[in-house]
Design a protein around this ligand. Structure first.
Ligand SMILES: Nc1ncnc2c1ncn2[C@@H]1O[C@H](COP(=O)(O)OP(=O)(O)OP(=O)(O)O)[C@@H](O)[C@H]1O
Ligand SMILES: [Mg+2]
Length: 506
């Protein structure tokens, strides 16, 4: 079987990718396609689920045909996905009743506040590991049932189902209206606010509070087992679909963080740091999430602490697309290199409120410390620094919650191509920052989960053996200066609080 390949489908926030891996865990071929980001009004972010499914099919076909592969060459398929983004569709027609509501979307702020009631943000935290926030799925489902004509009646009649993007892709791959499998994995389920972390089952009481019929929810399975067989024409027909992990958990898996205390940080649309805490559910006192890291087949679930940052790479995209400061993301580094420092400017990109460690849905973005001196270069620099400062806040919370002092930080994702950022990151954290050879750790992790489930790989040791370091940045900045900048950052963060009130229309 080792002469075959494993395909990972990475259904991300900005694009969908299909990557074919060989037995050594190296990339054999890759295809990628962006989908439209739909912003119907301030604070709302949607994707068209049909477009996303079309893109997934297109990239799989492309990745296979580049190397003249057919389904006979593929041992298994793994799916990884942007987490929390929620689709509700009619299982009798396959039609979504509304666009997918994306994780960054803040329209559920009122629902979330009402759910918290007297008790507040932490009402469900001991059961689901999460604070009430617009980020998670449950309130998004409620919004669709409350606001789409007829949706609630159809849901109660049993015609509508919900899913995160893994579930949507899997259901379509396995036949859709013609017997599609309606399943998710524990990592994705742990982001709905509807799953009990201990029992790994839906919490009927929370679903009732959110007025969501439990019959809409997918069956929860492990992250590595055969869920179904590809049945859609041209879509890997006959191949077992055998791994599902939310993108950040997949990256943790692909980075071989299998021991308690091991952590990785991914720099994509947002940043997500996860630390493996073994089979222990560690509640956070410092604004982190407690989440499922992975579960391989019948083995016990492994948990993680997570620091989620909503906006990092997408701030670079915002400079590119909304301000037209440059044509491609890497040019932010060229622009930042025209200056020596941030010129006193700090950019707090609270576009979706602030996630970890603050969880403030009333915050909105701010660019502060401006004077006549500040130019485009300083703003580019401030944008890169914002990613590093936010990461330092999360790392400090992580160390406080876990009692583990990180010796180095494993990183991956698109922004790690940025040398200026990676050096500044090492300077701010005062630990080495290390990037592996295969920076596509998200897809890699999903491929490993699927490959392990079908016996293509033996287990975690293969992942460890295949991991290799490519680049390392070590701290070189004066400590006092690094700390002074960080203190100013924290001051800038406070300037974004309390912005959204009844006078702000979203
Ligand atoms: N050289 C660079 N400097 C700074 N930012 C960069 C650079 N190259 C890419 N980015 C940013 O990295 C992000 C893309 O990273 P990556 O490809 O890991 O994300 P992604 O996996 O597509 O995201 P998602 O999974 O959320 O769709 C973009 O937001 C882009 O702005
Ligand atoms: Mg990604």
């Amino acid at each position: 079987m080792s002469d075959k390949y494993v395909v990972a489908i990475d259904q991300g926030t900005t694009s969908s990718r299909a990557i074919v891996f060989d037995h050594k865990g190296t990339i054999f071929s890759v295809a990628q396609k962006e989908h439209e980001q739909i912003f119907p009004r301030a604070g709302w972010v949607e994707h068209n689920p049909i477009e996303v499914w079309d893109n997934v099919r297109a990239v799989v076909a492309d990745a296979l045909s580049q190397k003249s592969l057919t389904h006979n060459d593929i041992a298994a398929v793994g799916i990884t996905n942007q987490r929390e983004t929620t689709v509700v569709w009619d299982k009798t027609t396959g039609e979504p009743v509304y666009n997918a509501i994306v994780w960054q979307d803040t329209r559920t702020a009122k629902i979330v506040q009402e759910l918290g009631g007297e008790i507040g943000q932490d009402r469900y935290k001991d059961r689901v590991g999460l604070p009430l926030a617009t980020y998670f799925c449950g309130p998004k489902v409620k919004w669709i049932l409350d606001n789409v004509d007829g949706a609630r009646a159809r849901a109660e009649a049993g015609d509508l189902v919900m899913g995160t993007m893994d579930t949507w892709v899997l259901w379509n791959m396995t036949g859709g209206v013609d017997g599609g499998v309606h399943v998710t994995d524990v990592t994705n389920a742990s982001r709905t606010m509807l799953m009990d972390l201990k029992t790994l089952d839906w919490d009927a009481e929370i679903a009732a509070d959110m007025t969501i019929p439990v019959s809409m929810l997918p069956e929860i399975k492990s992250s590595a087992e055969v869920y179904g067989i590809g049945r859609t024409q041209g879509m890997l027909a006959g191949v077992p679909i055998a791994g599902i992990l939310g993108d950040q958990q997949a990256a943790t898996f692909g980075q071989a963080c299998f021991e308690s205390g091991m952590a990785k940080n991914t720099y994509g649309t947002g940043n997500f740091m996860l630390m493996n805490t073994g089979t222990e559910i560690v509640p956070s006192k410092n604004g982190l999430l407690t989440t499922v890291c992975y579960k391989i087949g019948d083995q016990p679930a492994v948990y993680a602490l997570e620091g989620s940052i909503a906006v990092t790479g997408s701030l670079v995209q915002w400079l590119r697309d909304n301000l037209r400061m440059f044509d491609s993301a890497p040019e932010v580094e060229t622009l930042a290199a025209t200056v020596d420092d941030n010129g006193g400017a700090y950019f707090v990109p609270a576009f979706s409120g602030l996630f970890a460690p603050y969880w403030r849905s009333d915050a909105r973005g701010a660019l502060v410390g401006l004077t006549r001196y500040v130019n485009r270069g300083h703003i580019a620099r401030a944008v890169l620094e914002a990613t590093a400062f936010q990461t330092r806040e999360v790392l400090e919370a992580m160390e406080a919650d876990s009692g583990v002092k990180l010796a180095e930080l494993k990183v991956d994702g698109g922004m790690t191509a940025n040398e200026t950022l990676m050096q500044f990151q090492a300077d701010e954290l005062n630990v080495a920052v290390v990037r592996p050879v295969v920076a596509e750790t998200t897809a890699l992790g999903a491929a490993y989960a699927a490959g392990i489930a079908v016996g293509y790989w033996d287990g975690e040791q293969d992942v460890i053996d295949n991991w290799a370091e490519s680049k390392r940045w070590t701290p070189s900045m004066d400590r006092d200066e690094a700390d002074r900048l960080f203190r100013n950052w924290k001051k800038a963060v406070t300037r974004t609080f309390d912005w959204v009130d009844d006078d702000v229309i979203e």
